[in-house]
Design a protein around this ligand. Sequence first.
Ligand SMILES: Nc1ncnc2c1ncn2[C@@H]1O[C@H](COP(=O)(O)OP(=O)(O)O)[C@@H](O)[C@H]1O
Ligand SMILES: [Mg+2]
Length: 254
Amino acid sequence: MVRSPCSRLGRAGEIAIGKGQARLVRFEDVAARYGQGPDVLTGLSFELAPGSFHFLTGPSGAGKSTLLRLLYLALKPVGGTIHLFDRDVATIARSELPAIRRRIGVVFQDFRLISHLSALDNVALPLRVAGAREAQVHDHVAELLSWVGLADHLEDLPPTLSGGQQQRIAIARAVIGRPSLLLADEPTGNVDDRIALRLMYLFEELNKVGTTVVIATHNDALVARFPHPQLHLEDGRLYRIPGRPLAKRVRAGE
Ligand SMILES: Nc1ncnc2c1ncn2[C@@H]1O[C@H](COP(=O)(O)OP(=O)(O)O)[C@@H](O)[C@H]1O
Ligand SMILES: [Mg+2]
């Protein structure tokens, strides 16, 4: 069994979730569109239990990134209600957004790294913002970056690295703060199979210590190998595809 640094991190979401434990995420009849364009998503209803792990699948253009944007509060629904951490997001004040966003780790498809900060400083940023002690920050970040295969690139600036290396920095930054909810948009899109597996183990370890995980992907091989349940988007509608039992899972290294 491959152990990632996350296995020692303790439980996620230690900030009280309170009553929200029962429904970390709840969508009721949600619709989304951009500007005056057509509805991209309509009639979306689903719940995510705390500690669950879902793939978000569907063809290109089906609305996977749009659904993730709704989840990290970058896009307002044009219909229906979204509950996140037991709050109706329509009632969340702008001033509350930073605190709520700190509980969500996001791996953006285009990484969004800060180009003048080193790999180490990019990943350390969420910890420093949260007031972590500097003595712990360096070792913790260096260990995680080593685990994703970037031990030799701690001081490198993102623009000098490959797409796959930048993607791993983005993933490390998203998981370093042990978020309650991890949202990853095609997080293995730029890496080879070996690294993709390693990243999946990292997500699974994080999930085991309590983080709820949603991974948008169109990598069928990955979904077949890690048979978590799927939220499948097609033609603007959402279908739930159950996962296969753990016992039947095939995992490398086990
Ligand atoms: N910023 C945007 N402005 C206008 N339309 C958008 C924007 N982002 C996505 N769309 C449209 O919304 C639909 C769903 O896109 P997206 O959520 O990116 O799908 P996926 O991630 O599954 O490929 C597509 O028709 C796309 O063209
Ligand atoms: Mg997308």
